[in-house]
Design a binder for this molecule. Structure first.
Ligand SMILES: Cc1cc2nc3c(=O)[nH]c(=O)nc-3n(C[C@H](O)[C@H](O)[C@H](O)COP(=O)(O)OP(=O)(O)OC[C@H]3O[C@@H](n4cnc5c(N)ncnc54)[C@H](O)[C@@H]3O)c2cc1C
Length: 401
């Protein structure tokens, strides 16, 4: 066997998973094209558990130097309905945290993850996987070059159209939303005061997330045809559009180079693992960008896989065997399915023209604003699951040993 685990895909979820597997004493290798080519044009708000894991994996200093803390989370109803819900404003201090998380450009995060992978000499085989053979033992990854690699487990971190998922015969439930996210980063004349603001508009969220200095990132979810129009605007006109849609809360806006375009979808596989293969990151879940859940879920996948495989090894079980893979499937199911469902409901409630839906959403926000225990539970659950948090991500230092 060449490796314990072959991680297919060198995106953030794959790189993180390789680090978590190495930390657990396993022998991972990554197959994919290392990041550093085209810019991603997105940022990621890394929430509490992800931050803990990056600390333990030894790359937090690199990440925090390029990220901004998120100390206040503000949700603003901008649906334009008759009943405007109250503004929800949650502070990290209310749940005993210094910050809910930290926002970093995906390019900077990927560079820090890759540097750590290289520092630890985790093998990276630069190339594209053409086929994955799972029917015959041992699981085998075949590269386009014809090279073949074997491992106990193939971890599919190969994105939303995952080849590993298809090779494992895992079907998906998929939804395409009539929405596209336009992303950018910009400078502004007023400070953000570490406040992240999510405007809920009739076409989806319009979110401003702090970056270091007087800078922020933007996720603007609109209809696909409006996205094309926004992307065709010159920088000055696009900046004015941001000022208008953000009610000028950050003052005058000056765009930084580059914008991204992402069509929104929800994709949930019917299984998260089969003997010999497990799914991680967007191969295991695609959700709309609401509440900064996607990559945080993806990092939990990597941490949980490392934990399940280390536990299987310690019990003397076969690493990619039915028991270890079923344990991973069980451990990820509730977290992924419940978050995908909650995000879908919130997203659809914005798009709905049905008045009672807006009344319900408004009432929900009002309750969150008014009822202390509920608002604290909402904030805590938004950060990480109350049950089943992997050891690598827990606050208690001893539990990560
Ligand atoms: C607008 C927007 C904003 C977001 N904001 C946040 C946020 O604030 N917080 C958060 O947690 N999440 C956020 N997300 C989600 C987050 O960006 C994604 O979850 C994350 O980027 C997915 O990473 P990944 O590694 O799973 O997939 P990818 O980045 O798609 O990586 C997959 C990798 O696999 C490689 N690959 C594919 N096929 C093969 C093959 N056959 N052989 C070898 N390699 C292959 C690809 O080249 C790629 O490198 C956001 C998403 C969007 C759209």
């Amino acid at each position: 066997m060449d490796h314990d685990v072959i991680v297919v895909g060198a995106g953030p979820a794959g790189l993180f998973a390789a680090l978590a597997l190495h930390h657990a004493g396993l022998r991972p290798a990554i197959v994919g094209i290392p990041p550093g080519g085209r810019s991603d044009h997105r940022t990621s708000a890394l929430l509490e558990g992800s931050v803990q894991a990056l600390r333990r994996l030894g790359l937090w200093e690199d990440v925090v130097a390029k990220s901004a803390p998120l100390r206040v989370m503000r949700l603003v109803d901008a649906t334009g309905g008759l009943l405007r819900a109250p503004v929800f404003e949650g502070r990290a201090g209310e749940i005993g945290l210094d910050a809910f998380g930290y926002n970093i450009a995906n390019d900077d995060l990927n560079a820090a993850l890759l540097a750590r992978v290289r520092h630890l000499d985790i093998p990276i085989v630069a190339g594209t996987v053409a086929a994955v053979e799972l029917a015959d033992s041992p699981p085998t990854v075949v590269l386009q070059s014809g090279a073949r690699l074997t491992a106990h487990v193939v971890a599919g971190a190969d994105g939303r159209t995952s080849l590993v998922r298809a090779a494992a015969g895992i079907g998906v439930v998929a939804t395409r939303y009539p929405q596209t996210a336009v992303t950018a980063t910009f400078r502004h004349s007023r400070p953000h005061h570490d406040v992240s603001t999510e405007f809920h508009t009739p076409t989806g969220p319009f979110t401003l997330v702090p970056l270091p200095g007087d800078r922020s990132s933007l996720v603007c979810v609109v209809r696909p045809e409006d996205a094309d129009r926004l992307l065709a605007l010159d920088d000055a006109a696009f900046a004015r559009e941001i000022e208008k849609r953000s009610e000028a809360i950050l003052g005058k806006v000056t765009l930084e180079p580059g914008r991204g375009r992402f069509d929104l979808a929800a994709i949930t596989p019917r299984q998260f693992a089969v003997p010999g293969a497990a799914l991680i990151g967007e191969a295991a879940h695609v959700v709309p960008p609401i509440g900064a859940q996607g990559l945080n879920l993806g990092m939990r996948d990597g941490a949980v896989l490392a934990e399940c495989l280390a536990d299987a090894r310690d019990r003397g079980e076969e690493l990619g065997g039915a028991a270890a893979m079923a344990a991973y499937d069980r451990a990820r199911r509730a977290d992924i399915v419940s978050r995908t469902f909650a995000i879908d409901v919130l997203n659809r409630s914005l798009l709905s023209a049905f008045m009672p839906v807006h009344v319900l959403r408004g009432a929900g926000l009002w309750l969150l604003d008014q009822v202390g225990p509920l608002r604290r539970a909402f904030m805590r659950e938004g950060l990480q699951p109350s049950h089943g948090q992997p050891r690598l991500m827990r606050a208690d230092e001893r539990s990560a040993a």
